[in-house]
Design a binder for this molecule. Sequence first.
Ligand code: F6P
Ligand code: MN
Length: 299
Amino acid sequence: MRLEEFLEERTTADVSKVLSAVAKSSVRVWEALPIERGVTGGTNPSGDRQAALDLFTNGEFSNSLIATGAVAELASEEEAQPLTGRGALHVAMDPLDGSSNIETNNPLGSIFGIYDSALPCSGERIVASAFVTYGPMVTLTFSTGNGVNRFGLVRKGSNFVFELAAQDLKMPDKPEVYGFGGLRREWIPPVERFVTKLEQLGSKVRYCGTFVGDYNQVLKHGGIFGYPALKGKPRGKLRLLYEAAPMAFITKAAGGYSTDGFVDLLRVEAEELSATTPVYTGSYSITKELERTVSSGSP
Ligand code: F6P
Ligand code: MN
């Protein structure tokens, strides 16, 4: 089944317009990946260095999402100020997730949270979210709250189209794999203890350095992805609105759980657009156990 057909049947007209625009632009991004290789010398509002591809993807998705007419506000990890449009939806995006993987030719991604409230707000206001992975295949994975679906880009004659690859994806509850970012010696002690225990239980490490790539391993095999609270950075690295909450929305729709170590990640209020949060997202039982370990108060 084609993406457009699926969206027409399953979502509102506005969400459908946004997800179709994401899909179309992701093809242009994929085509640009081998071409836009430089660095810019600039930094984004979080202080990350911007690569040419960060700017290209930001421009591409911004133009196509605003052109849908369905977007009221578009906030991007690469911009200090949101763009405004004539529609009703509020979109927060990380147009190029994992940009440190550009040089090493490892997977890259894009993340989109579609909210029904002005930003910043909590993930409880998400109505749909999506992520794209640019790996050997381009895939679009999304949820409108009711199951997680994946479409893959395939060639049909001289055209590329997104076709249904998997419907109603569920995260297995057995923790096969885990991936935690940041320096291990900087992790807060309960996280260090928890990961040591996971390893003893036989979970395998999977870490490529792109949130969506590492997350995909967990979605497929079961386990947990974390970018923890660090000793010197208690609010972690990943951005709540652009990265953490949209992925937590997908985790929940796949039967998993996400936490900042204390509460459901979807309930955490963003105080500003670039607010960061510790992120632990994955299979339900193991992520709940991590939350108990981190919130227990023992050092
Ligand atoms: O967007 C930030 C990001 O690139 C994520 O995709 C990834 O999970 C994380 O940073 C990797 O950070 P580190 O290099 O510190 O492990
Ligand atoms: Mn990112």
